[in-house]
Design a protein around this ligand. Structure first.
Ligand code: CS2
Length: 412
C-alpha cells in the first residue's frame, strides 16, 4: 500500500535485489490516484531507479512490481489480500495516515458488514481498506500474513496494530482472528527520495523512455524487527538488517536524519532556502542542526557510531545533485515534530538541561506553521506536540525567546 517514489526506491528495490527475487512479486496500490498506476501498468510495472551521487547518475531497471493499481481499486485489493499466495502487506502511507480521522466513517461502514457481502464496501482510508482486506482473508481462510510498516514513526508496527484494531473491533471476531494470524512488523527505512519536479520528470522520461522514473541517493538502509509467518524474500541478501530490538536504530534515524530535516524545513525556509543542500550550506542552519544533534545524541547509545553517522548525514544532505525540497519535508509538520523533536526535548528537560536547540526548532516551526506569538497560543501549540513540554514554563520561555529572535522572518 502506497506506491509512491519511496516504495520504489526502497522496499521494491530490496525485493528486486533479494537472492530469491524471482519467487516474489509486488501487487502495488497507490494512495488514491490512477495516474501512476496507469503509467506503471503501461510499462509492465518496470521503472527506472536513478541513483544520484555527487559524481553522476547510475540508472537501473527495477522489476519487482508485477501489477500496479490505483488505491481506489478496492475489489482487486480485497482479492489480493484474500489470496493464499499473498504473504506480506507493506505500508508506505505517510505518518499522518495512521491517525486519519476519516477512519470513524470506515468504522461505521464496517460495523454493518458482519454477515454481509463485502463487495461494494468502499472504505475511505488506508487502514479501513486494510481491515476490509483482512476480513476477506479471514473469510477465505487464507491463513497468516505479515503487515510491515515503512513509515517514519517510532515502533511503527505497534502503531499499525493499534490503528487496525481500532477499526477491526467493529467486525465481530476479526480482532481475535488478527491476533492469531497477523504479525505486525516494525521497520526503520532510510533512503532520501525527493519528489521530482515536472521538468526533472520530463527530462528523465525522455532520457530513459520511462513515464515513472524515481531518483534516490546512493545510501540505503532498512532495519526490520518482527515475524513473517507467511514467508518473506531474503531481503538480508540485498543489505537489509534484521534486529531483535529496533528502537535504538529507529531513534537514531528519526531524531538525527528526520529531526534535522524537519529543522531545516522550517528554519531553512525562513532563511530563504528551497532545498536541503542549500539550507545545510548556510552556517546558521548548520549550527542549529549540530546543536540539536548534540542534544539528541545524549540520549542514544554510543555504540551506534554517532559521530560517523552525523558525518555521513552531512555528506548526504550536501549532495548537490539531490534536489530535496524543504516544502516537501514541511508537509504534516506537526505530526513530524511530535515524533522527531518532542522526544529529544522531553529527555533533555527531564535530565535537567535547557533543551535550547530543540526550543529553537519548535520556534522555527511556529514561525512557519504556528498561530500567534503570544504566550498562550505558543503554550497551546506546544501542548499539542507534547503535554509535558506544554506545561514546562522554562521550556515555553525558551521557545518564546527563540521565537522573538526569529522575529518577522516569513516564508518567501
Ligand atoms: C523526510 C523523509 O519528508 C520527510 O519528512 O524527512 O522523507 C526522509 O527523506 C526519509 O525518511 C529518508 O529515509
Amino acid at each position: 500500500m502506497g506506491l509512491g517514489a519511496f516504495h520504489r526506491s526502497h522496499l521494491a528495490w530490496y525485493t528486486a535485489h533479494a537472492s530469491d527475487a524471482e519467487q516474489w512479486g509486488i501487487a502495488a496500490y497507490t494512495g488514491r490516484s490512477a495516474g501512476l498506476a496507469d503509467d506503471l501498468s503501461a510499462q509492465d510495472g518496470l521503472y527506472t531507479l536513478v541513483v544520484r551521487s555527487p559524481a553522476g547518475d547510475e540508472a537501473e531497471r527495477v522489476g519487482s512490481i508485477v501489477r500496479a493499481h490505483p488505491g481506489t481499486d478496492i475489489p482487486s485489493f480485497v482479492n489480493d489480500l484474500a489470496a493464499l499466495e499473498t504473504a506480506i502487506v507493506s505500508l508506505t502511507i505517510t505518518e499522518a495516515a495512521y491517525a486519519d480521522e476519516r477512519t470513524s466513517l470506515d468504522r461505521t461502514l464496517l460495523a454493518g458488514s458482519a454477515d454481509a457481502d463485502l463487495d461494494g464496501l468502499r472504505p475511505l482510508t488506508a487502514i479501513g481498506r486494510l481491515v476490509l482486506g483482512l476480513e476477506a482473508r479471514r473469510r477465505a481462510d487464507s491463513g497468516a500474513l505479515a503487515l510491515v510498516s515503512c513509515d517514519n514513526l517510532p515502533e511503527n508496527g505497534g502503531v499499525l496494530r493499534q490503528a487496525v484494531h481500532a477499526v477491526a473491533i467493529e467486525v465481530p471476531g476479526l480482532v481475535d482472528w488478527i491476533d492469531a494470524h497477523v504479525s505486525f512488523v516494525s521497520s526503520s527505512v532510510d533512503r532520501i527520495t525527493p519528489r521530482l519536479s515536472d521538468e526533472e520528470a520530463a527530462e528523465l522520461a525522455e532520457r530513459y523512455g520511462d513515464r515513472a522514473p524515481v531518483v534516490a541517493e546512493p545510501f540505503s538502509d532498512w532495519v526490520i524487527a518482527g515475524e513473517f509467518p507467511g514467508g518473506r524474500p531474503q531481503w538480508e541478501t540485498a543489505g537489509a538488517r534484521f534486529a531483535d530490538e529496533l528502537e535504538p536504530w529507529e531513534a537514531r534515524k528519526l531524531w538525527l536524519l528526520n529531526g534535522a530535516h524537519t529543522l531545516l524545513a522550517s528554519l531553512g525556509r525562513l532563511r530563504g532556502h528551497r532545498t536541503v543542500s542549500e539550507a545545510i550550506a548556510d552556517a546558521d542552519c548548520l549550527r542549529s542542526v549540530e546543536a540539536y544533534w548534540d542534544e539528541a545524541c545524549r540520549h542514544l547509545p554510543p555504540e551506534l557510531e554517532l559521530p560517523e553517522y552525523r558525518a555521513a548525514l552531512l555528506e548526504r544532505f550536501r549532495n548537490p545533485r539531490i534536489r530535496h525540497l524543504l516544502a516537501q519535508i514541511g508537509l504534516d509538520a506537526d505530526t513530524k515534530m511530535r515524533v522527531r523533536i518532542a522526544p529529544v526535548a522531553e529527555r533533555e528537560r527531564s535530565a535537567g538541561r535547557s533543551a535550547d536547540a530543540c526550543a529553537k526548532v519548535v520556534a522555527a516551526w511556529l514561525a512557519v506553521d504556528g498561530p500567534g506569538t503570544d504566550r498562550s497560543s505558543v503554550e497551546c501549540a506546544i501542548v499539542d506536540l507534547s503535554p509535558v513540554l506544554g506545561v514546562d514554563a522554562a521550556f515555553v520561555e525558551a521557545v518564546l525567546a527563540s521565537r522573538r529572535s526569529i522575529g518577522d522572518l516569513t516564508l518567501r
